[in-house]
Design a protein around this ligand. Structure first.
Ligand code: FES
Length: 142
């Protein structure tokens, strides 16, 4: 019978190593659907996402305002990203689509790698997919 080393300080994660942070939901707050908007549509979508998350009582994703995701022609724009996960960029989102976007982000957070089956994605995200980018660890392999 082999014995494994007893757990001790050398096997414990460092004190600075906490739980893996939740994936991020970046929301472009500069997106606008017209030049004469009193409040930018991207900001409205961001604020609606924060409110929807509070109503849902979930901390599955971290909602982060971003200043341009270089997808300005297909506003409003968001991105889902996190360590060891695929990154997804979406556009053409309406400011009042927060519930569906949050639903998609929570589904994204529930996966190990960010890959949500197509049929399980909210319709607005199926239509608004702009790009997907492999996890960083994959791109660093020789
Ligand atoms: S202003 Fe929103 S993507 Fe550029």
């Amino acid at each position: 019978m082999t014995s494994s080393p007893a757990p001790g300080p050398s096997h414990a994660p460092p004190a600075s190593c906490g739980a893996v942070p939740p994936p991020s939901l970046f929301v472009c707050v500069l997106c606008r659907l017209s030049a004469d908007e009193e409040e930018r549509s991207g900001r409205r979508l961001h604020d609606a996402l924060v409110a929807a998350q509070q109503r849902a009582g979930t901390a599955a994703v971290r909602i982060v305002p971003a200043e341009c995701l270089s997808n300005c022609n297909r506003a409003c724009s968001v991105a889902f990203a996190g360590p060891d996960r695929w990154t997804y960029v979406y556009g053409g989102l309406a400011p009042d689509s927060a519930e569906a976007v949050l639903d998609g982000a929570v589904r994204y957070a529930a996966t190990a790698d960010g890959l949500v089956p197509w049929r399980e994605r909210p319709d607005i995200l199926r239509k608004g997919l702009i790009a997907r980018i492999p996890p960083l660890a994959t791109t660093q392999e020789p």
